[in-house]
Design a protein around this ligand. Sequence first.
Ligand code: SF4
Ligand code: SF4
Length: 467
Amino acid sequence: MAKATLEITSGNVPTRETGTTKKVVKKKIDDYPRWPDDPAPMRFPLPLTLKIAGFIIKNKLRRNPKFAQVLQLEPLHTCNLTCTGCGRIREYSTSLKDVLPLADCLAAAEECDAPMISICGGEPLIYPDIEKLVEGVLRQGRIVYICTNAMLMRRKLREYLAAETIRRPDYVEATTKRLIKEDLITEKEAEEIKKGPKDSSKPVISPSKWMYWNVHLDGMERTHDLIVEREGVFKECILAIRMAKILGYQVATNTTVYKETDMQEIEDLFSYLGTLDIDGHTISPGYDYDAAKEDMRKRLNIDPDDFFLTRAAIIKKFEKIEEWSRRFRFFGTPIYFAFLAGKRDLTCSAWAIPTRNIGGWKGPCYVMTDAHHATYADLIKNTDWERYGVVDGKARDPRCENCMMHCGYEPTASLGLQSKSGDTWKNIAFNFGSLPAPEPRGAQINPFNGVSAGNGHLTGHKDAVNG
Ligand code: SF4
Ligand code: SF4
């Protein structure tokens, strides 16, 4: 991949207009990959934007009142981490060994016909058919996000390289040399890669303009390792991201904000991630799952009130979100960001981001479970949508009171369900606008700020939460 160098000189340099001198900051960012094939990259690639826009227009023309925009597909709930606050591994703790058959996963995507499929879990890279699932969904013409904690990601990247030895041995030779030099693989791993695939009939996850790795990152090293309850996870995420970018994948990150989240740290994290050429970020406030709250009390001796945010606290935490969305490569809509900043009121449209898992179609939403339905049509028909969400400041269901999550409110914004004049233009300007350039300050930030105490919240207990 071609490189671009961002270099800002310092000291007194002559200006073209006046011939006088002007003081500028001196910083140098070593060459990092940019978008060599696209001279004016957009915030979200044009073909993907057009695909989603076409899908929305098609459904609006058909006067279809409720349709799926993103499917949250959970092929399993097994995970190799035990993050504090994770509702999934707790709610489905009795069925962690179960998996959703590949055919059912692909049928779910077909049935709801969402243009974007977010494969999550659990940890989706543990799913035995993950390669076939990604390939199948791409063949259906949908955009794929693999939401991962990144612990198995480099293994999948090595498998891809091994498969490439058949087609492009020279590329693999040169790339493995670079990866060794950058400490992203070992000499032994390089040798294994060069032997080729163990099973050449097995598909691999290859780079695609229609696919993103979506890496979970809740803060810099200390905070992230604390939340995921294991040391070394943050470092592994960064190694996996760097390796994926070298191999030409698109990589996004997703961040959840809790009460203990230091928003200055998150701002610094986004600045730093800019230097890694990350393609996009999503950020959302955490949700206080009942199962996660119970686990917190019992296992960690943490008061959930010290961990989860109220609606007022979310608005305070997200007061800079609109500024960030202009500075960093955020995915989303300006309307949802204004909602998070407390400047807009939106109601929930959870039907647009349904969840399909081993239990069925989870209703009413990604976070709450009142029923599992056999089909997406059943979910839509048999859910009393008027019972949920917050309207005019009043929670229709007490469990919705502190929810401002992307899975409920982002579609309201992106589908223009409560639009005001000027909203369409704001959305177009944001998504068709140019991609924000990495900030020079990112190169000055060291995210490796020390590991957490042992297994994070497992050993940090209240001190970790408060300090
Ligand atoms: S990595 Fe994801 S699924 Fe696994 S425990 Fe953490 S939040 Fe839950
Ligand atoms: S407001 Fe939140 S918790 Fe309530 S239904 Fe919507 S997404 Fe679910």
